[in-house]
Design a protein. Structure first.
Ligand code: SF4
Length: 374
């Protein structure tokens, strides 16, 4: 059975950003070509005939680093092995430093109808701090090219909490992003993840203090709402009708097929993962085997925890009737958090309040504790 959602991972970037813990290595043309060949073989191994795909999401890494011919090859393979239509949401992630008019036209010609562009900031100093390969001007040029090519369904990724970032600079970045009328904006807090260069630098660089970071987040929520963007998930904002369908499926615990090194799949209640070793990935697929290294059937407790922490990422919250199917006595078990104003009941949903959303991780841990979930 085809779950209707396909994720494809492209693990190459021009250069690693200092905060990045995604699976990606430095782009090399011939290695990337070998990889795309293998990817097409994996798609053939995972061929599914039942039903039209609702979404295809090509993420990374930097998918837009691939040459135009690789996109053509990839989409030939997707067409040969899956079914999709003009209604299918087909997203590609793009870095402003890796696209030009010709590539954008090729992306559109193969069927891509949504581009998520990683701008992060319109301040050159902040972009340098992050180790991004592009300038603010290049980001502006890339967005203009996308619009000129006739694609209005694009999303801009932004980041706050950058070392040295002042509130005014964040306000400027947000308003410049809105000025391009994107259908969707993602706004992520910069968090120093272990194993990243940024993590090793936290003693020597000054991270913005927690209060300022919370103010930045609050400003994004208020400002984007005033510009007509619905805050539909902790880090995501969209104009009406333009939520990311692919990501909504993750938060709704929907099933999906993943292809590529390190890609995850969720099918028939089993979460599985491909090897993240790119060389091994290519070798395994080329020998005709699906390159899976982990596969886990979810226990009831796993399902309940996912239901809560993924569900509460959405601002509509979790469905109380559905929670009952899991045997959860919600909202009674969360009374204390409700009294303290961190969560609230709205119709048949339990959701984070504005006070709760800014400390969502803490609130979720307390919900788990209240339900006796470890
Ligand atoms: S471009 Fe994206 S995936 Fe690549 S290193 Fe930077 S943050 Fe990571």
């Amino acid at each position: 059975m085809n779950p209707g959602f396909l994720y494809i991972h492209i693990p190459f970037c021009i250069k690693k950003c200092i905060y990045c813990d995604f699976l990606s290595v430095t782009y090399d043309e011939s290695y990337a070509k070998e990889y795309v060949d293998a990817l097409c073989r994996e798609l053939a191994l995972k061929k599914k005939s039942a039903g039209v795909l609702k979404t295809i999401y090509i993420g990374g890494g930097t998918p837009s680093v691939l040459p135009e011919e690789s996109f053509k090859q990839l989409f030939r393979s997707i067409r040969n092995n899956f079914e999709f239509s003009s209604e299918t949401e087909i997203t590609v992630e793009a870095n402003p430093g890796t696209i030009n008019e010709s590539k954008i036209n090729t992306l559109l010609s193969v069927g891509i109808n949504r581009i998520s562009i990683g701008v992060q900031s319109f301040n050159d100093n902040e972009l340098k701090t992050l180790g991004r390969i592009h300038s603010s001007d290049e980001a502006v040029k890339a967005i203009k090219m996308i619009k000129k090519a006739g694609l209005n369904n694009f999303s801009i990724d932004l980041m706050y909490g950058i070392p040295g970032q002042a509130m005014n600079s964040w306000k400027d970045t947000l308003s410049r992003a809105v000025g391009f009328s994107p259908k969707h904006i993602s706004s992520y807090e910069l968090t120093p993840e272990k194993e990243t260069p940024l993590y090793g630098m936290i003693d020597s660089i000054k991270m913005p203090d927690e209060e300022l970071v919370l103010e930045m987040y609050s400003h994004a929520i208020d400002y984007l709402a005033s510009e007509g963007y619905e805050h539909y998930e902790i880090s995501n904002f969209a104009l009406h009708g333009f939520r990311c369908i692919h990501n909504m499926n993750y938060w709704n615990r929907g099933e999906y097929i993943g292809a590529g090194a390190g890609a995850h799949s969720f099918i028939n209640g089993v979460r599985s993962k491909n090897t993240g070793d790119i060389k091994k990935y290519i070798e395994t697929v080329n020998s005709g085997t699906i390159p899976e290294i982990e596969s886990m059937s979810l226990t009831r407790t796993d399902e309940i925890k996912e239901f809560i922490f993924l569900g509460l990422r959405k601002t509509e919250g979790i469905n109380i009737t559905k929670a009952k199917e899991f045997g959860l006595n919600i909202p009674d078990s969360c009374k204390e958090l409700i009294d303290e104003g961190y969560i609230e009941v709205s119709g048949d949903y339990l959701r984070l309040t504005r006070k709760g959303i800014v400390i969502s991780n803490t609130v979720i841990v307390r919900i788990f504790d209240g339900l006796g979930l470890e």
